[in-house]
Design a binder for this molecule. Structure first.
Ligand code: G3P
Length: 214
């Protein structure tokens, strides 16, 4: 299972969480990665943890003040990027442009979507993976894999019917190993989570709990 920890703009220490991700990753069969804010990418990547960006823009080098260039994210040490997170929504044409920009820069891509219909649409753009996250469950601590299992199974079916090489992750409210196991049982190949680790008093213990049953 892929466990991707999005730090959003939570007031955690990104380097400390990244060190926890790196250390826990060494003792599990799961694959762990961390997505800090863009300004923290380089420091986080230097820890040796697999590092992801939270967003890249559909742009190239040039006149794009304030945008995030995929090549700069890759230069900072990122291995991949989220695109179209529920808190950074893009139009379909811009999702397409961001996927292309990420691929041009050699970044792996996870495109987020709110529901199975959107999952089908973004899977058609050829990302490496998609992540279904019902917005109403984000940050609630109520796991999508238990609160709305149908949305995960339907997202897996939607992605498979478009392109069966696209992996499906799920997210929202995931915080325990049982939640991760439930996600896997529904056909998900990984989880995308934030508050369960970024807001934990002890991120290492939170990560160990997440991967313990795997
Ligand atoms: O990107 C992950 C996210 O939106 C889910 O957040 O806090 O419910 O794990 P959370």
């Amino acid at each position: 299972m892929f466990v991707l920890v999005n730090l959003k703009t939570y007031p955690c220490d990104p380097v400390a969480v990244a060190e926890a991700v790196r250390d826990v990753n060494e003792n599990t069969d799961a694959r762990l990665a961390v997505a800090p804010q863009a300004a923290h990418l380089e420091r986080v990547a230097e820890t040796g943890a697999e590092t992801w960006a939270q967003h890249v823009d559909p742009i190239e080098h040039g006149s794009n003040t304030g945008h995030t260039l995929a090549e700069s994210v890759a230069d900072a040490g990122a291995a991949g990027t989220l695109i179209n997170h529920s808190e950074q929504r893009l139009k379909l044409a811009d999702i397409d442009g961001s996927v292309q920009a990420a691929e041009r820069a050699g970044l792996e891509t996870v495109v987020c979507a709110n529901n199975p219909a959107q999952i089908g649409a973004v899977a058609a753009l050829g990302p490496d993976a998609v992540a279904v996250e019902p917005p109403e469950l984000i940050g609630t601590g109520t796991p999508v894999s238990q609160a709305d299992p149908d949305v995960v199974e339907d997202a897996v079916d939607a992605a498979e019917s478009v392109d069966d090489s696209v992996s499906v992750l799920c997210g929202a409210g995931i915080s325990t190993g049982d939640d991760v196991v439930a996600a896997g049982d529904l056909g998900s190949e990984g989880v995308l989570l934030a508050s369960g680790v970024a807001k934990a008093d002890d991120p290492t213990a939170a990560l160990e709990d997440l991967v313990d049953p795997l």
